[in-house]
Design a protein around this ligand. Structure first.
Ligand SMILES: *[C@@H]1O[C@H](CO)[C@@H](O)[C@H](O)[C@H]1NC(C)=O
Length: 170
C-alpha cells in the first residue's frame, strides 16, 4: 500500500514545487487571445484594460504575438504622441518576449503610428519587489547584529553571528 502511494505523492510534490517556481516569475500573453493587434473602434482602451486586470512583478515577461506590426518601449511623451525616433526597445519579429526588469511604469506602443493612435498602446505598472528586509522585524535584527560587531569584543561574535543567521533565513 505504502509503495503504491509513493509515486503519486512524488508527482504531486514535483508539481507543487514546479508551480511554486513558476509563480515567482510569470509570462503573460499581452491581450490574451487577441494578441497585439489594433483594437476595433469602440475598444480603444483594450490594452490598458487588459493591463489593469493583471499584476506585474519584476522579472515577469510579456509575450506580444502579432503580424505586420511591431512593439516599442518608449518614454511617456512618446507614448502620448504615438511616435518615437529612439525607442528604448524595438522588435518586429512577430513574437516578442519582453522582460519587465525593474519596478515602475513601462510604455508600450506599436511602431506603426496609425495603429498606436487607434489604441495599440499600453502602460504597464510593475510593482516594487517585496523583500524580507522590508518587513518590520528584519531591520532591527540586522542593526542589532551590526551593533554587536561594531561595539563588542569576541564575546559578542556568537550573538552577532546568530542574529545574522536569523536575518539570512528570514
Ligand atoms: C530578477 O532577475 C535577476 C537576474 O536573473 C535577479 O538577480 C533578481 O534578483 C530578480 N529579481 C526579482 C525581484 O526576482
Amino acid at each position: 500500500m505504502a509503495s503504491s502511494l509513493s509515486l503519486p505523492l512524488l508527482i504531486v510534490m514535483i508539481i507543487s514545487v514546479w508551480s511554486l517556481h513558476t509563480v515567482q516569475c510569470e509570462e503573460l500573453d499581452v491581450g490574451g487571445d487577441n494578441g497585439w493587434a489594433t483594437p476595433s473602434k469602440n475598444t480603444q482602451l483594450f490594452y490598458n484594460d487588459w493591463a489593469a486586470k493583471n499584476r506585474f512583478k519584476v522579472n515577469d515577461t510579456l509575450r506580444f504575438a502579432y503580424k505586420k506590426d511591431s512593439v516599442m518601449v518608449v518614454r511617456e511623451e512618446e507614448y502620448e504622441k504615438c511616435r518615437s525616433s529612439h525607442p528604448m526597445f524595438f522588435s518586429n519579429n512577430g513574437d516578442t518576449v519582453f522582460e519587465l526588469d525593474q519596478p515602475g511604469l513601462f510604455y508600450f506602443i506599436s511602431g506603426v503610428a496609425t495603429h498606436c493612435q487607434r489604441g495599440l498602446k499600453m502602460i504597464v505598472k510593475v510593482l516594487e519587489p517585496e523583500s524580507p528586509s522590508k518587513t518590520a522585524a528584519a531591520p532591527s535584527k540586522k542593526s542589532a547584529a551590526t551593533a554587536a560587531v561594531v561595539l563588542g569584543g569576541p564575546e559578542f561574535i556568537p550573538l552577532a553571528l546568530s542574529s545574522l543567521v536569523g536575518v539570512i533565513f528570514m
